[in-house]
Design a protein around this ligand. Structure first.
Ligand code: ZN
Length: 167
Protein backbone atom coordinates (compact mmCIF):
# COMPACT_ATOMS: atom_id res chain seq x y z
CA UNK A 1 0.00 0.00 0.00
CA UNK A 2 1.34 3.37 -0.91
CA UNK A 3 0.38 6.98 -1.36
CA UNK A 4 1.12 7.99 -4.92
CA UNK A 5 1.88 11.39 -6.41
CA UNK A 6 -1.14 13.18 -7.87
CA UNK A 7 -0.63 14.35 -11.44
CA UNK A 8 -1.77 17.88 -12.15
CA UNK A 9 -2.47 19.84 -15.33
CA UNK A 10 -0.81 20.12 -17.83
CA UNK A 11 0.41 16.52 -17.37
CA UNK A 12 -0.48 14.79 -20.65
CA UNK A 13 -1.69 11.61 -18.91
CA UNK A 14 -4.75 13.62 -17.79
CA UNK A 15 -5.64 14.25 -21.43
CA UNK A 16 -5.41 10.68 -22.68
CA UNK A 17 -8.35 8.37 -23.13
CA UNK A 18 -7.59 5.67 -20.55
CA UNK A 19 -7.32 2.03 -21.61
CA UNK A 20 -9.87 -0.61 -20.77
CA UNK A 21 -8.76 -3.08 -18.09
CA UNK A 22 -8.86 -6.56 -19.64
CA UNK A 23 -7.45 -8.65 -16.81
CA UNK A 24 -8.07 -7.75 -13.16
CA UNK A 25 -4.88 -9.33 -11.83
CA UNK A 26 -2.70 -8.80 -8.76
CA UNK A 27 -1.10 -5.66 -10.12
CA UNK A 28 -4.56 -4.12 -10.62
CA UNK A 29 -5.54 -5.09 -7.05
CA UNK A 30 -2.40 -3.38 -5.75
CA UNK A 31 -3.11 -0.32 -7.88
CA UNK A 32 -6.67 -0.11 -6.47
CA UNK A 33 -5.33 -0.34 -2.89
CA UNK A 34 -2.79 2.39 -3.60
CA UNK A 35 -5.48 4.56 -5.18
CA UNK A 36 -7.68 4.21 -2.06
CA UNK A 37 -4.71 5.10 0.19
CA UNK A 38 -3.89 8.09 -1.99
CA UNK A 39 -7.51 9.33 -2.13
CA UNK A 40 -7.74 9.18 1.68
CA UNK A 41 -4.35 10.84 2.20
CA UNK A 42 -5.42 13.87 0.18
CA UNK A 43 -9.03 13.88 1.52
CA UNK A 44 -10.54 13.38 -1.90
CA UNK A 45 -13.97 11.89 -2.49
CA UNK A 46 -12.85 10.15 -5.65
CA UNK A 47 -9.76 9.36 -7.67
CA UNK A 48 -9.26 8.10 -11.21
CA UNK A 49 -6.19 6.11 -12.28
CA UNK A 50 -4.92 8.77 -14.74
CA UNK A 51 -4.61 11.12 -11.75
CA UNK A 52 -1.81 8.94 -10.41
CA UNK A 53 -0.25 8.50 -13.83
CA UNK A 54 -1.89 5.22 -14.91
CA UNK A 55 -3.89 5.46 -18.10
CA UNK A 56 -6.38 2.74 -17.13
CA UNK A 57 -10.17 2.81 -16.74
CA UNK A 58 -10.29 2.51 -12.93
CA UNK A 59 -11.81 4.87 -10.38
CA UNK A 60 -12.31 4.75 -6.63
CA UNK A 61 -14.93 6.78 -4.78
CA UNK A 62 -15.56 7.43 -1.10
CA UNK A 63 -18.10 10.10 -0.33
CA UNK A 64 -18.87 11.12 3.27
CA UNK A 65 -20.94 8.46 5.08
CA UNK A 66 -20.37 6.10 2.16
CA UNK A 67 -18.37 2.97 1.56
CA UNK A 68 -15.46 2.71 -0.85
CA UNK A 69 -16.66 2.04 -4.38
CA UNK A 70 -14.25 0.64 -6.97
CA UNK A 71 -15.27 0.98 -10.60
CA UNK A 72 -13.43 -0.80 -13.40
CA UNK A 73 -14.32 0.07 -17.00
CA UNK A 74 -17.27 2.25 -15.92
CA UNK A 75 -19.73 3.46 -18.52
CA UNK A 76 -22.52 5.95 -17.91
CA UNK A 77 -25.81 4.41 -19.01
CA UNK A 78 -28.22 7.07 -17.74
CA UNK A 79 -28.13 10.77 -16.89
CA UNK A 80 -31.12 12.67 -15.59
CA UNK A 81 -31.76 16.28 -14.61
CA UNK A 82 -29.34 19.10 -14.26
CA UNK A 83 -27.97 21.12 -11.37
CA UNK A 84 -25.29 23.74 -10.88
CA UNK A 85 -22.42 22.68 -8.63
CA UNK A 86 -19.18 24.10 -7.34
CA UNK A 87 -16.45 21.68 -8.22
CA UNK A 88 -12.75 21.21 -7.62
CA UNK A 89 -10.24 18.60 -8.73
CA UNK A 90 -7.10 17.19 -7.13
CA UNK A 91 -5.43 17.54 -10.52
CA UNK A 92 -6.31 21.25 -10.78
CA UNK A 93 -5.13 22.44 -7.35
CA UNK A 94 -6.20 25.82 -6.08
CA UNK A 95 -9.13 26.32 -8.43
CA UNK A 96 -12.87 25.90 -8.13
CA UNK A 97 -15.50 26.43 -10.70
CA UNK A 98 -19.20 26.48 -11.23
CA UNK A 99 -20.44 23.92 -13.74
CA UNK A 100 -23.53 21.93 -14.60
CA UNK A 101 -23.81 18.28 -13.65
CA UNK A 102 -26.59 15.70 -13.88
CA UNK A 103 -28.83 15.15 -10.86
CA UNK A 104 -28.92 11.40 -11.29
CA UNK A 105 -26.27 9.25 -12.96
CA UNK A 106 -26.30 5.51 -13.47
CA UNK A 107 -23.18 3.55 -14.41
CA UNK A 108 -22.40 0.05 -15.46
CA UNK A 109 -18.95 -1.22 -14.42
CA UNK A 110 -17.05 -4.14 -12.97
CA UNK A 111 -16.13 -4.27 -9.31
CA UNK A 112 -12.64 -5.28 -8.19
CA UNK A 113 -13.55 -8.96 -8.39
CA UNK A 114 -14.61 -8.53 -12.00
CA UNK A 115 -18.32 -8.83 -11.28
CA UNK A 116 -20.59 -6.63 -13.39
CA UNK A 117 -22.35 -4.02 -11.29
CA UNK A 118 -24.80 -1.19 -11.85
CA UNK A 119 -24.76 1.81 -9.59
CA UNK A 120 -27.08 4.80 -9.46
CA UNK A 121 -26.08 7.98 -7.68
CA UNK A 122 -27.78 11.26 -6.89
CA UNK A 123 -26.38 14.66 -5.95
CA UNK A 124 -22.72 14.34 -4.83
CA UNK A 125 -22.39 10.70 -5.90
CA UNK A 126 -23.81 11.55 -9.35
CA UNK A 127 -21.33 14.43 -9.59
CA UNK A 128 -18.40 12.19 -8.65
CA UNK A 129 -19.47 9.49 -11.12
CA UNK A 130 -19.46 12.06 -13.93
CA UNK A 131 -16.22 13.63 -12.74
CA UNK A 132 -14.38 10.27 -12.66
CA UNK A 133 -15.67 9.02 -16.01
CA UNK A 134 -14.59 12.39 -17.44
CA UNK A 135 -11.06 11.71 -16.15
CA UNK A 136 -11.05 8.33 -17.90
CA UNK A 137 -11.93 10.12 -21.15
CA UNK A 138 -9.20 12.74 -20.80
CA UNK A 139 -11.52 15.50 -19.61
CA UNK A 140 -11.33 17.67 -16.48
CA UNK A 141 -13.93 19.90 -14.86
CA UNK A 142 -12.47 23.12 -16.27
CA UNK A 143 -13.54 21.88 -19.72
CA UNK A 144 -17.16 22.40 -18.57
CA UNK A 145 -16.62 26.01 -17.45
CA UNK A 146 -18.85 28.24 -19.55
CA UNK A 147 -17.12 31.56 -18.87
CA UNK A 148 -13.96 32.68 -17.07
CA UNK A 149 -15.92 34.36 -14.26
CA UNK A 150 -17.20 30.89 -13.30
CA UNK A 151 -13.66 29.78 -12.40
CA UNK A 152 -11.92 31.18 -9.37
CA UNK A 153 -8.70 30.71 -7.49
CA UNK A 154 -8.84 29.68 -3.85
CA UNK A 155 -6.40 31.32 -1.49
CA UNK A 156 -4.26 28.85 0.48
CA UNK A 157 -5.75 30.05 3.77
CA UNK A 158 -9.26 29.52 2.42
CA UNK A 159 -11.17 26.74 4.09
CA UNK A 160 -11.93 24.98 0.86
CA UNK A 161 -11.82 21.40 2.09
CA UNK A 162 -14.68 22.08 4.48
CA UNK A 163 -16.82 23.92 1.97
CA UNK A 164 -16.15 21.82 -1.10
CA UNK A 165 -15.45 18.28 -2.01
CA UNK A 166 -12.42 17.61 -4.15
CA UNK A 167 -12.44 14.84 -6.65
ZN1 ZN B 1 -10.57 15.25 -10.64
Amino acid sequence: MAVLRIRTLPDPVLRQKAKKVANIDGSIQKLIDDMIDTMRAVHGVGLAAPQIGMSLRIAVIEIPEGQVITLINPKIIKRQGERVVEEGCLSVPGYYGEIKRSKVVKVKAQDRRGKEIRLEGEELLAQVLEHETDHLNGSVFVDHIESQDKLWKVTPQGNQTLEHQII
